[in-house]
Design a protein around this ligand. Sequence first.
Ligand code: ATP
Length: 374
Amino acid sequence: MPGACLPGSGSDKPVQSFNVKTFHIAVLPGDGIGGEVVAEAVKVLRAVEPLMPGVLFELTEHSVGAAEYLKNGDPLPEAAFEACRIADAVLLGAMGLPSVRWPDGKELTPQIDLRERLDLYCGLRPIRLYHAAHCPLKNYGAGEIDFVIFRENCEGLFSSRLAPREPGADEARDTLLITRRGAERICHAAFREALKRRRKVTLVDKANVLPSMVFFRAVFDAVAAQYPTVETERVYVDAMALYLVQRPHTFDVIVTENMFGDILSDLAAGLIGGMGMAPSADIGDTCAVFQPSHGTAPDIAGKGIANPIATILSLALMLDWLDHPETKDAAKRISGAVEAVLADPANRTRDLGGTLSTTQMGDLVAAKCKSVNH
Ligand code: ATP
């Protein structure tokens, strides 16, 4: 349904006056559970919309991903890309399916194409524990694991993924690219965030082995010198896998290259209940895409059991990023509603050991948004 306008925008609003701000949101449900979880985020957006009298949302849905590729040969049609480029923000489910591949055998990864083409260099992955029962570690209660990963999104070990390969060659190489500009901007983003939080940044690298990582650390050190009130820590990526399990409460902001960030953010999601609990945002200087950290989860797609919390929290990140006083307030309201809903152990989807369906969880959060103190 390319470019279809979703119903319900501004449903409870008076006729738009000159001081009402309209945000245009491109909605990309994608494949697998993408559509199921995005529907719940849209439900929550519609629930908070009447509480933002100065704001309207115009949502336009676009078909992207593996199903679109099978239909039309392109997982990210140009019209959908252009809609994302000019939108105020993009809300994305998940794209790609293991069974649908390019002729060379690689999976379709239009979400990475979107990041790179829109220069969404800052991969923001907040990790927060909402209930002790979601954590596989002992002795951690709600809020006691609370950090954010800043993953460099446009270079690192993913940088040569589209390089031509010689068929039949006896070796294959991938380049880990770190540029000064790329490293500086992700480090600055991490330090700016730390100033709003607990003022600590942990660099994760492999500077004991790789020259690219020595360079990344040198850039980090130069940026760190500009933020004298922020404590810093430098950890090798292998040790970080250990420390995330042993002492996750000691981290505040973590900054790292693309591939390390990809891997560590799945590990980190495991600390707070799994992929269904981990939101994310891919942010550039002018555009941003908000999506759960998880993929299309083909193993549970179509069963109505996916946890929509990661996508709902990604919606909250979007509302915060839109930077309007009312959307920022709505973002807090949604996070507060998620916290309040998950405080009751009866409110759990299957991945968290409960029985709620995707839509039941979405209904609970949407209803709670109207009453929560935030
Ligand atoms: P990708 O490489 O596309 O990011 P992935 O390999 O990380 O994907 P996911 O699709 O994220 O894989 O799924 C990993 C596991 O997490 C699967 O067992 C899946 O069922 C589970 N999972 C992912 N998202 C959810 C969700 N929203 N609710 C419940 N379980 C989920």
